[in-house]
Design a protein around this ligand. Structure first.
Ligand code: SF4
Ligand code: SF4
Length: 71
């Protein structure tokens, strides 16, 4: 099962809880800044996502949505 991960980037506070939660290690904080002045989380290898949803469940600010996709 593969996943597509989307971020409501402007809501991200860069707390990195999702980075810690991902069993595949494919979420990192960007070097860019969002509108709030935080480094937003992003998925750096969507091909490796298994759609477990841990990242979305961990996020305190409902930034992340995970969708299952067929590849
Ligand atoms: S759904 Fe799972 S594998 Fe995919 S980015 Fe989130 S925590 Fe990582
Ligand atoms: S858990 Fe949510 S707020 Fe924290 S870095 Fe990840 S996406 Fe951003």
């Amino acid at each position: 099962m593969a996943g597509k991960v989307t971020f409501r980037e402007e809501r991200c506070k860069g707390c990195a809880l999702c980075v810690e939660a991902c069993p595949k290690g494919i979420i990192q904080l960007s070097k860019r800044f969002n509108a709030g002045g935080f480094n937003p989380a992003e998925c750096v290898n969507e091909e490796a996502c298994i759609a477990c949803g841990f990242c979305a469940r961990m996020c305190p600010d409902a930034v992340i949505e995970v969708h299952r996709v067929d590849r």
